[in-house]
Design a protein. Structure first.
Lengths: 327, 353
């Protein structure tokens, strides 16, 4: 296994109290595999990824439990210096908003080349040549001229491709893409996702795709982990989940998206609001919004139960949920 | 939603150019950002017209001009047959009451220092004839109730609400003056998926309850299909294809619409296998330098000599003029042809024609 996150717990100390952002998340990614982590804002999907990368601010953040194994080593036991060597070369991240993730006062060539200077000890000139190669690799036209340009001189789609180039520069074994296409227009989204999928196949990288968009997930992922209130509530191969979700939250999400190929009547809407992380409901954290909730859901927290040997659901009534869909 | 044939809003040749100038003392115009470059459409009473397009296509500028937040460079906007384009003073104020806007970002469109009651009640300060002073608090509470918020929240501040609740506040403010037309500019794109559906359903319900006509602007084609009776697809400042929702989604004839539809991820891994993807190359050209002839030709796989020379008109293409099917709708393409890109759903038995 390339990456294995075990029972990760993260909290943030805020003025109003302790926000429990991640509450015992476990997932694994193998080389060449794409895991989609699906969730709404505040579900903990990005924080988990940032913990894997080791890039969130501590304090106010704190990892209070769990392990993160990457290529057999527990990252949380490593010194910062060792982790820095892994970041970029072993694992890399693609951020949502390329404009704010790139440095506005450095040319893209300098930023791409920096990777080779710092990690590989190359000369500036060689690094520049590699930067041009990378830009060609992600299909930026006239790369040799544009290597001197600054981020603001590129369009949104091209900036995101430069982010991808930067992430792939040192051919890492694992790439984490946090909402890589959310800020882009649909026609450009398709270009960027296609490029990412192609490069992943070529380098046989493990890919964690963090998103709130069920459509993007269906197109590229092998497995899905659905997160809610800092926990994984359902984990399954992508086809299984779309055919028959085993958790009412997943089902609600699927039913609440308008479909391009259907003109429906009223949209299904999950009632209520996502929980406040300062005050997560007892029992199953989804129970106040769940159409299937019963007394046991208000008191007993469901563990991630085995639905089949490849999928799990954290719902007391996953059997009923699965069955409900079959009608 | 009972759409009638009575036009409530008519837009004719609408243009908005922002001048680009050089020099500090002696400003010289050296060009223009052609944000909107000749848009025509009609909104009928009780219907929803969806306008879709990518960023920079001018859809938000159209919305602003409809609400008189931006003055058109040329063109005419008619409300119930009356030209409102160049109104000012009292006449403008009266018209504005009838055309209200719901904004995209519920975090920046509400004043953080005002209470919900003040925000929703502010329209009454400007149009006191709608609600007498003593009656306002009750009216605001009614509005909060209508949009699904607890009327007791009237003295809370925007930061005490979630994104979806804030958008409900924005909608309540839009409804305060009992307008006939609501222009909604990306009203749900800043919201989480599970909350989007709640707001869309609310808009749907309010439409029948208050007899509203909507101009619904969005970049998300699935949402636009869900809520719209008719759809216009915009590209670089112009509408390139327009028709009833089934005509656009099931029988698109303009290559841009086809590409746009094929690029939308369908949340169903089974469907993705037998689905054709059209991936456009390149980016949208700059609106300061619009290509000659057909403005889509630089990204179009069908472009020919004629597309460079001749601007295609937005009309039913010649090839479809003889047939009266769903493909016969307005499409601004010299080489329009039907191509099904959204997989047809078996459960809806809508045969051809």
């Amino acid at each position: 296994m390339l990456l294995e996150v075990r029972e990760l717990q993260v909290e943030f100390r805020t003025r109003d109290g302790v926000a429990h952002a991640v509450n015992g998340v476990s997932y694994a990614v193998d080389a060449g595999e794409t895991l989609a982590v699906l969730g709404e804002s505040g579900s903990g999907k990005s924080v988990t990824a940032q913990a894997v990368m080791g890039i969130f601010d501590m304090p106010p953040g704190r990892i209070t439990g769990g392990q993160i194994f990457f290529q057999g080593r527990d990252l949380l036991k490593l010194r910062e210096e060792e982790r820095r060597r892994i970041r970029g070369a072993g694992m890399a991240m693609i951020f949502q908003d390329a404009l704010s993730a790139l440095n506005p006062v450095l040319s893209v060539g300098d930023q791409l080349g920096e990777m080779f200077v710092v990690h590989r000890g190359m000369s500036k000139k060689d690094a520049r040549a590699r930067a041009v190669e990378l830009m060609e690799r992600v299909r930026i036209p006239a790369a040799a001229q544009r290597v001197r340009d600054y981020p603001h001189q590129f369009s949104g789609g091209m900036r995101q491709r430069i982010m991808i180039a930067m992430a792939l520069a040192l051919e890492p074994a694992l790439v984490i893409a946090d909402e890589p296409t959310t800020a882009l227009d649909v026609t450009v989204q398709a270009q960027v996702m296609d490029l990412l999928a192609e490069l992943q196949r070529e380098y046989r990288m493990g890919l964690i795709l963090i998103t709130h968009d069920l459509g993007v997930v269906a197109d590229v992922a092998d497995r899905i982990a659905v997160m809610y209130a800092g926990k994984i509530v359902e984990s399954a191969p992508v086809r299984d989940i779309y055919k028959a979700p085993a958790h009412p939250y997943t089902r609600g999400l699927l039913d609440s998206i308008p479909r391009l190929d259907q003109k429906g009547q009223e949209l299904y809407a999950i009632k209520g609001l996502p929980p406040n992380l300062l005050d997560i409901p007892p029992g199953c954290s989804f129970h106040p919004r769940c159409p299937m909730a019963q007394d046991v859901c208000r008191t007993d927290e469901p563990a991630l139960q085995e639905v089949s040997d490849v999928r799990g659901s954290a719902c007391h009534f996953w059997r009923e949920c699965l069955h409900d869909r079959d009608h | 939603m009972t759409a009638t044939t009575e036009p409530i809003l008519e837009v004719d040749g609408l243009v908005k150019h922002y001048p680009l100038t050089q020099g500090i003392l002696f400003k010289k115009q050296i060009g223009a950002v052609k944000a909107v470059d000749g848009v025509d459409f009609t909104l009928y009473k009780g219907e929803t017209l969806g306008i879709v397009g990518e960023s920079g296509c001018g859809k938000s500028t159209v919305a602003k001009m409809l609400c008189h937040l931006e003055r058109p460079t040329a063109g005419v906007i008619r409300f119930k047959g009356e030209d409102i384009t160049r109104l000012s003073g009292r006449a403008l104020k009266a018209v504005r009451r009838n055309i209200q806007m719901v904004f995209q970002d519920p975090y920046t469109s509400l004043n953080p220092r005002m209470t919900v009651g003040d925000i929703v009640g502010e329209p009454y300060e400007i149009h006191p004839e709608v609600a007498p002073k003593g009656d306002r608090r009750r009216r605001v509470q009614e509005l909060l109730d209508v949009v699904g918020l607890n009327p007791e929240y009237i003295s809370r501040y925007p930061h005490q609400f979630s994104g979806g609740q804030r958008q409900r506040i924005g909608i309540a403010r839009g409804l305060a003056l009992r307008p006939e037309v609501i222009v909604a500019d990306e009203p749900v794109s800043a919201l989480d998926v599970s909350v989007q559906a709640q707001v869309i359903n609310l808009l749907d319900r309010l439409q029948s309850e208050f007899d509203l006509s909507y101009v619904f602007i969005a970049h998300d084609l699935s949402i636009v299909r869900h809520i719209s009776d008719r759809v216009g697809v915009m590209y670089l400042g112009r509408i390139v294809e327009t028709g009833r929702d089934a005509e656009i989604y099931d029988h698109p004839t303009h290559p841009y619409t086809q590409a746009l539809l094929s690029a939308v991820p369908v949340p169903d891994p089974e469907a993705r296998d037998h689905r054709e993807r059209i991936i456009l190359t390149g980016d949208v050209p700059s609106p300061t330098d619009i290509p000659s002839g057909c403005r889509f030709r630089t990204r179009c796989w069908k472009a020919q000599e004629r597309c460079v020379r001749e601007v295609p008109a937005l009309a039913v293409p010649d090839v479809f003029r003889a047939v009266s099917g769903p493909a016969a709708h307005d499409s601004a393409c010299h080489f329009a042809e039907e191509r099904q890109v959204v997989p047809a759903e078996g459960e809806h038995g809508n045969g051809p024609g």
